[in-house]
Write a protein that binds this ligand. Structure first.
Ligand code: ADP
Ligand code: ZN
Length: 762
């Protein structure tokens, strides 16, 4: 072989990331069809490769000259799918960072960054969609001709409001559109053509609540900024016009008008001909927010959330990367959207736990967003009334610009928080006499009542009065929850469901089972009995299972249709309920004494957030909290709305313990059907990972809930003051178990995962 030829062959190796949970890339030869046209072979393009007995679609990470494997062992790739790379430099760098930082398999990271259609190999642009419009004849003919076919008539009338309709839009209106449309085409009223799919808002995200008389929407159109808002906006404008990376923490009390500040920053960015990425928590993406943004900014908007179907997702992704969409609004995974003209990122309610992905690639969208802003050299705004300790500490240390809104925008003071001491009064079905009285009083004044109880179902325990045994899930270390309306017992951890039995399964006594404790369903029944005139709305995961149901219930709460709203943490998030006069917290004591070190942080955030729903217009709102621990220092901070005091205290405790954000955690989790195996694997991991200066490896322990869904769970915690040491030790161990035969074998006997910066320790 001549050296010339050899060189050519050498340069034909593709290093490919495939969607498998392995922390490596795989080498392939260039596919035959591309051999002649080498200029086409670009890194970051998709490629179909043989993988075991399967064919997988991966991404070319590198086109290289040498492989560590002999050439004759390498298989050719099957097909190159793209002529050019599909990730731009900025997003690519962020994805590589993500893979390094979270020690996540690169193939899985890239998989997470592509919509399903792209992962499955479709063209980058979504397929054209079928649309219809009126013909010349259809426009001029008299609709009286259609009198005898009401469906056709309705369709033609629809075209008078909107000149082009897609099959998707027909589907939203009626399932039986097919035949009448066909008839209209045959009669020459309608004609069909096709076009690139437009950005569309899905049915349940449509303009519910978009009502011209709506106070909030009107206010959104023109407000005079408060002094504090104006100051924050000035600083943000300076950052935006500076064309450099900067992270601003916008800490504004509930009702301080953070949205107006975001809007001013967005406006500035758009007028600089740049686009904006807005990330919101899972349930922060309400039709109301969408409507507000649409009204305020007359630019194409792409919305990305879990309710989209694959085509809609692909379409939004495409319009964003083509820079058609000037604003991209979405939940966690929207952080992966490629936006060539990105000029600003906003993360609303940045403390929210839904930004952290809890399986597969366990990334935090806020942290990735900050990294992306750095790569793109643009500002990012993190906003919250109750920032995470991580962001708060960064602001205190001067790494973030700290912008504060200390007053409400609407001349309304923050609500008054009072405690009801449960040591001094009885609770019946979740309500103390004082709480009932407060509810009565509030309803009397024509105001809404918001009740917070973070426990769904009817009763958390089903308990035998004879043998004192609770009904337990046979697959988890947890009690079953009574769901009375459906007469079922459910496990909230694994989803197990069984019949509600009245006889004890342990001691076989007849009719001995009691329902102990209160869940939302039980309190709902009690409230309905106690306040029969009031319209009651329950918002929890059970009442919002259907798609679009949560948005509907929240809208009912907001519009004032309901007098009493009872809900779990779903109601604590940044909703604007204008008519709520009081908030009642029925139970929060379990959060004060939890084994999870983040529990008090979360509880403080939840209570301050839910309090913020009270009295957002006109007079002062009231917050009443039932507790058995009224002297707990936690409540002193809460009553004073003293987030800073509370956080300072918490941060100093965390510092003393070396906990986040002062120390860094990584959690290695393992689970197995056999009790001993998970622990055994983790003990080996601890022994194998070796010593690393500055990293403390705890002992392998059973998880706080050891058995879940029939599997035994254990965990191993790594703590370090330096991220780099932690990362180095874990990388070394990952390499070891990927290469050492015996370690590999042991690892294959359990299901394990690594969580860097874990949020939840269960
Ligand atoms: P936050 O997100 O900080 O809790 P919002 O952005 O929801 O607060 O604003 C709370 C309410 O105050 C909204 O109804 C909003 O329209 C109103 N608002 C915001 N800024 C102003 C202002 N400068 N003047 C009058 N009303 C305002
Ligand atoms: Zn279970």
């Amino acid at each position: 072989m001549s050296s010339h030829l050899e060189k050519q062959i050498d340069a034909l190796i593709l290093s490919v990331a495939v969607p498998v949970p392995l922390r490596q890339t795989f080498d392939f030869l260039v596919p035959e069809h591309a051999l002649k046209n080498q200029s086409q072979i670009q890194p970051r393009a998709r490629v179909k490769v043989p993988f075991g007995r399967r064919e997988l679609i991966g991404v070319v990470v590198e086109v290289k000259a040498h492989s560590d494997y002999p050439l004759n062992k390498l298989k050719p790739a099957i097909e190159l799918l793209d002529e050019a790379g599909i990730f731009d430099d900025q997003l690519w760098a962020s994805l590589l960072w993500l893979s390094r930082y979270y020690l996540a398999p690169i193939g899985e990271v890239l998989e997470a960054a592509m919509p399903l259609a792209i992962r499955q190999g479709s063209g980058l642009a979504p397929a054209y969609e079928r649309v219809w419009r009126l013909t010349e004849h259809g426009r001029s003919a008299s609709i009286d001709e259609l009198k005898r076919s009401p469906l056709q008539l309705a369709i033609v009338k629809r075209f008078m409001q909107q000149s082009i309709l897609s099959s998707n839009e027909f589907k939203q209106e009626s399932k039986s559109w097919h035949t009448p449309v066909k008839s209209l085409v045959e009669k020459g009223w309608l004609e069909e053509f096709s076009r690139e799919p437009r950005l569309s808002i899905t049915p349940n995200m449509s303009h519910e609540g978009d009502d011209a008389s709506d106070v909030t929407l009107k206010a959104a159109l023109k407000v005079t900024l408060t002094d504090e808002q104006a100051n924050a906006v000035d600083e943000l404008r300076a950052l935006i016009n500076n064309n450099a990376f900067a992270c601003a923490l916008l800490q504004g009390v509930t009702g301080s008008g953070k949205t107006e500040v975001y809007f001013a920053a967005i406006e500035q960015t758009l007028s600089n001909h740049k686009s904006v990425l807005i990330l919101v928590p899972e349930i922060g993406l309400t039709p109301q927010l969408v409507a507000r943004i649409e009204r305020r900014f007359n630019v194409p908007l792409a919305i990305l959330h879990s309710g989209l179907n694959d085509t809609e997702r692909h379409t939004a992704w495409w319009h964003a990367r083509q820079s058609h969409a000037k604003i991209v609004l979405g939940t966690r995974s929207a952080v992966f959207t490629q936006m060539p003209e990105l000029g600003l990122i906003v993360v609303d309610e940045e403390h929210d736990g839904s930004f952290k992905q809890q399986d597969s690639v366990r990334y935090h969208a806020r942290d990735l967003a900050v990294y992306r802003a750095k790569q793109a050299n643009i500002p990012i705004i993190l906003g919250s009334a109750t920032p995470s300790m991580e962001s708060y500490a960064n602001a205190l240390a001067g790494r973030y610009t700290h912008l504060r809104l200390t007053k409400r925008a609407t001349d309304v003071s923050l609500p008054k928080i009072e405690l009801f001491d449960l040591n001094k009064q009885p609770v019946v079905e979740g309500l103390s006499p004082a709480m009932s009285e407060a509810i009565d009083h509030t309803l009397h004044n024509g105001k809404q009542v918001l009740l917070f109880l973070n426990r769904r179902g009817y009763a958390p325990v089903h308990y035998c009065s004879e043998c004192k045994q609770a009904a337990k899930c046979h697959r988890c270390d947890s009690n079953l929850t009574v769901h009375q309306r459906v007469n079922r017992l459910r496990c909230h951890h694994c989803g197990y469901e069984g019949r509600l039995l009245h006889d004890c399964q342990s001691c076989k006594t007849k009719d001995s089972m009691l329902e102990v404790g209160e869940g939302t369903q039980r309190v709902e029944a009690a409230i309905a009995a106690r306040f029969p005139q009031a319209t009651l709305l329950r918002i929890d995961r059970d009442s919002t299972q259907r798609k679009g149901e949560l948005a509907k219930l929240l809208e009912q709460a907001r519009s004032g249709e309901a007098d009493i709203i009872l809900g779990t943490q779903l109601i604590t998030k940044g909703h604007d309920f204008p008519n709520v006069g009081m908030v009642g917290v029925l139970e929060c004591d379990h959060g004060l004494y939890s084994t999870d070190f983040r529990a008090t942080e979360t509880l403080f955030q939840q209570l301050l957030q839910v309090s913020g729903r009270a009295g957002r217009r006109e007079d002062v709102g009231h917050v009443y909290i039932q507790t058995r621990f009224p002297d707990h220092p936690f409540f002193e901070y809460l009553k004073g709305h003293d987030f800073d005091g509370f956080s300072e205290q918490l941060l100093s405790e965390r510092k003393a313990a070396g906990f986040p954000p002062h120390g860094h955690f990584a959690l290695l989790r393992a689970e197995s059907a056999h009790q001993a195996k998970a622990l055994q694997f983790l003990r080996r991991a601890k022994a194998d990972c070796g010593h690393q200066d500055g990293v403390l490896v705890m002992d392998a322990v059973p998880a706080p809930m050891e058995r879940r869904a029939g599997r035994f769970r254990a965990q191993l915690l790594f703590i370090s003051q330096q991220r780099s040491s932690l990362n180095a030790q874990l990388s070394r161990w990952l390499h070891y178990i990927a290469t050492d035969k015996e370690a590999k074998k042991l690892a294959s006997t359990v299901r394990w995962s690594l969580d860097v910066d874990p949020l939840d320790h269960y």
